[in-house]
Design a protein around this ligand. Structure first.
Ligand SMILES: OC[C@H]1O[C@H](O[C@H]2O[C@H](CO)[C@@H](O)[C@H](O)[C@H]2O)[C@H](O)[C@@H](O)[C@@H]1O
Length: 389
């Protein structure tokens, strides 16, 4: 978008729409072996961004039925979770759940080796589903999804209701409502506006911790499940600090509330996640790639955008500070390695990240895009050094 490559962006959106038309959701990758799991649902944001810059109503007309279909995928069957609050009111939220219980074909050797520690086929199948579901989250892998932080076989992604997934779906609901208005489909606009209100309420009840100023992932407990309804219990919120606890700020339902923004911004500042080169993924150094000390471009982007959209002066200043740290580190790393990187070590300005199951990748689409987006948002003053302090 920043590079004004609107036709390319539109082409990407059309490809993803075709995936939904064919499979019902955006595949984790456009390859045959990815037809059993999704990508985090962010297509509606892409459609909105292209529409805002091109006013392409035909694209909106094509996208709308696909987005409604994708919304259904995330809110039915195994992806839907019903939780009953203290007052007896039920709330619907969504979870990741891959339709697959074999080793990931692209990581066959690693997954088979990981599962070899387990006793029987039933446990192995469950682990394979958890591995694939975690790949579906984009956070593969992280202690965020593990019962025991030092044991990957304890992945429990399908029993976790994730804060960020529900923030994306909340945004999807707002986006669909907006796009439906663009093409005059009033009943859809109203329906999805109402759905967004319900999800916001559910997120406030199930995830939000008023005292801490964060949204926490919710772990489903089998013993609290009666006829497929889980009874809410504060002790099932995962109190660990992850960057995803701040992602709801990205969504207008939350960043339009100045009280919430100030509280969350303060909580972020004192969380221990902000380092010399940006926001760390977690506080735990597990050697998994979605943990400390790695920082990932999309997370910086969503949190910074959320702070900026709030229009609070303090929040904007925090956003700018994070963006400057991130840009400097990307720039200096580029100077020394002659490449952009998939992830960065946020504790050391000018270093790329590591850990995980494969060698660190260079390239890298989302890192390039986020640097450009930050420069477009904040500019770069002539007297501001691009180097690490
Ligand atoms: O082949 C291994 C995995 O490759 C993809 O995931 C990797 O890239 C993602 C972003 O492009 C990143 O979020 C993830 O952490 C990386 O492991 C693919 O999405 C996975 O399904 C696949 O197993």
């Amino acid at each position: 978008m920043v590079s004004k490559m609107y036709e390319t962006a539109k082409g990407m959106v059309l490809n993803l729409i075709e995936l939904i038309d064919t499979y019902g959701y955006v595949l984790n990758g456009a390859r045959a072996y990815y037809t059993n799991r999704s990508q985090p649902p962010l297509l509606s944001s892409m459609v909105i961004e292209v529409y805002k810059r091109t006013n392409d109503v035909d694209l909106v007309k094509k996208a709308l039925p696909a987005l409604i279909k994708e919304h259904k995928f995330w809110n039915s069957g195994v992806h839907n979770v019903t939780i009953e609050d203290d007052q007896g009111t039920t709330h619907n939220l969504s979870r990741y759940y891959a339709m697959w219980d074999q080793p990931r074909p692209e990581s066959l050797t690693i997954d088979t080796e990981t599962a070899s520690k387990l006793k029987n086929d039933c446990e192995k199948k469950q682990l394979y589903r958890e591995l694939a579901s975690t790949a579906e989250t984009g956070w593969d892998f992280s202690t965020r999804w593990m019962k025991n932080a030092s044991d990957l076989t304890t992945l429990s992604t399908t029993t976790i209701v994730p804060v960020d997934l529900n923030a994306y779906i909340l945004k999807m609901e707002l986006d669909i409502s907006f796009l439906a208005n663009v093409v005059g489909e009033r009943s859809h606009a109203l329906h999805f506006a109402k759905a967004s209100e319900s999800r916001k309420k559910a997120m406030n009840i199930v995830f939000w911790d008023e005292e801490k100023g964060q949204w926490f992932d919710y772990w489903l407990n089998a013993s609290s499940n009666h006829k497929d309804v889980y009874k809410w219990d504060a002790s099932y919120q995962n109190q660990d600090i992850f960057a995803s606890n701040f992602v709801p700020l990205w969504v207008q339902s939350f960043n339009s509330d100045e009280g919430v923004v100030n509280k969350v911004a303060q909580s972020l500042e004192s969380s221990g996640l902000i380092h010399a080169a940006g926001i760390a993924t977690s506080l735990r150094n597990s050697s998994e790639q979605w943990d400390y000390p790695n920082g990932w471009a999309p997370i910086q982007h969503m949190i910074v955008e959320g702070l900026v959209r709030s229009r609070s002066k303090e929040a904007r200043s925090l956003a700018k500070d994070i963006a400057i740290r991130w840009i400097r580190s990307n720039y200096v790393t580029y100077q020394t390695s002659k490449a952009m990187h998939e992830k960065y070590d946020v504790t050391k300005c000018g270093e790329f990240g590591g850990g995980g199951e494969y060698v660190p990748q260079t390239g890298f689409g989302w890192s390039n895009g986020v640097v450009l987006a930050f420069l477009e948002e904040f500019g770069w003053a002539e007297d501001l050094s691009p180097y690490c302090k």
